[in-house]
Design a protein. Structure first.
Length: 56
């Protein structure tokens, strides 16, 4: 599997939308044990994940 990017609370704005603006495409959305993430691909086809911030 590709690399992981924990963009959640450290990025400005909405990380998946920012990645899409840079040419990424959105894949499937997942949730497991309270963790949410979106599979994405960059313009070269490399896979990465954007994780939602964890609630505290």
């Amino acid at each position: 599997m590709g690399s992981r990017c924990r963009c959640g609370g450290r990025s400005r704005g909405h990380p998946p939308a920012h990645a899409e603006a840079l040419g990424a495409t959105r894949g499937a959305e997942h949730e497991e044990s309270g963790v949410q993430w979106i599979d994405m691909r960059d313009p070269n086809g490399n896979r990465f994940r954007v994780f939602a911030p964890r609630s505290t």
